[in-house]
Design a protein around this ligand. Structure first.
Ligand code: PEP
Ligand code: MN
Length: 343
């Protein structure tokens, strides 16, 4: 059930409602809003007192059920009359979901200190708002490079110091969550782990935003249910990332599902970004797909950039060289402006 507080409700009113929800055996989740707070009361109503009567408490505007299987991720928890959506602050001056498009750029994996710091400086200069780079790599082959692990995290933290760019990196193993969260600004769940429920639940207690990638064979509803796992485990800051799905087409590595952007925007208040690099698998298509994603309403992009893709340890063929990334940033400005956003 969703309990919508009145715009002027006090902290005391909010606490009374939360205490009541707990007494009745449900778990409350506060969703902070622009004009009013909303509480999701999660739990099976069978055999328990019904929540509808909370409408009688001071400060409560409305109590209603959400019929979709995902609740806290649903657009219905926000004030749809004013087009309210979630915007998450990730670092000082850097948010995702607001008018500014977030561009996350960097190599597939952290390869060395020198190469990462040099690419971080270049992408920052060209207008990227985040540095990306993998330290723990979920590779299809057990014989492929698995990442520099903690050494890679240290290099990412150094690159943040050197450039001021917040850093996003993937966490693969639930046991490494605290380690990774200690070094970076945002934790990524990769496509292959989108339904690793133990990992998703573990990320619920992290005080860092989570970038959740859609699996290559995950429906939009399943994707939102995965986001719901993180939200229901206590972490409000989830950013969704469409990164291509598996289809019969072989010309690209995956097929970028552009439709997912408006569909997700219709169903969830969470920010939606797009990774055209892993979708395309070839750098030649990354430019057009990025423009299409922003035109379709995405809140950001995740783009692989490498100074020497020919010798990249991982995903060289889909990585843009810095000069191509610069051209892309120029082109994106125009598209962003056309759809009322900035970059
Ligand atoms: C990545 O971002 O480096 C990555 C491995 O992507 P995905 O999980 O989408 O394949
Ligand atoms: Mn990659």
């Amino acid at each position: 059930m969703i309990i919508v507080m009145k715009p002027g409700a006090s902290k005391k009113n909010l606490k009374e409602v939360i205490d009541r929800i707990e007494e009745l055996g449900y778990t409350p989740h506060i969703i902070h809003g622009e004009t009013r707070n909303v509480i999701g009361a999660i739990g099976d109503e069978r055999g328990k007192a019904r929540l509808q009567y909370l409408e009688a408490l001071v400060g409560v505007e409305r109590v209603f059920p959400i019929l979709r299987p995902y609740k806290l991720a649903s657009i219905e928890v926000k004030d749809q009359k004013i087009g309210e959506r979630s915007t998450f602050k990730v670092a000082e001056g850097v948010s995702i979901g607001g008018p500014k498009i977030a561009v996350m750029a960097g190599p597939c994996s952290v390869e060395s200190r020198e190469s990462l710091i040099s690419i971080a400086r270049e992408v920052k200069e060209m207008g990227a708002s985040f540095l990306r780079g993998g330290a723990f790599k979920p590779r299809t082959s057990p014989y492929a490079f698995q990442g520099l692990e903690e050494e890679g995290l240290k290099i990412l933290a150094e690159a943040r110091e050197a450039t001021g760019l917040p850093v996003v990196t993937e966490v693969v193993n639930p046991d490494d969550v605290d380690l990774v969260a200690g070094y970076v600004d945002m934790l990524q769940v990769g496509a292959r782990n989108v339904q690793n429920f133990a990992l998703l639940k573990r990320l619920g207690d992290v005080d860092k935003p989570i970038l959740l990638k859609r699996g290559m064979m995950t429906t939009i509803e399943e994707f939102l249910m995965s986001a719901e796992y993180i939200l229901a485990s206590g972490n409000e800051r989830v950013i969704l990332c469409e990164r291509g799905i598996r289809t019969f087409e072989t010309a690209t590595r995956n097929t970028l599902d552009i439709s997912a952007i408006p569909v997700l925007k219709e169903r969830t208040h969470l920010p939606v970004i797009v990774d055209p690099s892993h979708a395309a698998g070839h750098w030649q298509y990354v430019h057009s797909l990025s423009l299409a994603a922003i035109a379709a309403g995405a809140d950001g992009l995740l783009i692989e950039v490498h100074s020497e893709p020919e010798i990249a340890i991982c995903d060289g063929p889909q990585s843009l060289k810095p000069k191509k990334f610069k051209n892309l940033m120029e082109a994106l400005k125009k598209v962003a402006e056309a759809v009322g956003r900035e970059i």
